[in-house]
Design a binder for this molecule. Sequence first.
Ligand code: ZN
Length: 107
Amino acid sequence: MAGLFPEPPKKCNDPKCPYHGKVRVHGRMLEGVVVSDRMQKTVVVRIDYLWRDKKYKRFEKRSSKIKAHNPPCLDAREGDIVRIMETRPLAKTVKFVVVQVVRRAGE
Ligand SMILES: [Zn+2]
């Protein structure tokens, strides 16, 4: 993780934290907006992307929702823009982790 992203503002002791725990990231990096922070240490991130329609040769906006682990040192909240990266499955439906809060909601 070192060097790839800015260090989180604080330290945590979450074993599933990519900075202070044992989780290693790999694969895809995605950016999206947090649409729910109601679960413990897990956020729902909406990823918007353009989909190219083969038949009509035009782009359309699509989005998908991805659950990501939210380490306490980053503490992403609803409305924040975050970067998430793929990791080993951390829970039944969680295989991404928040690695950076790009912009806090309301900033
Ligand atoms: Zn941490």
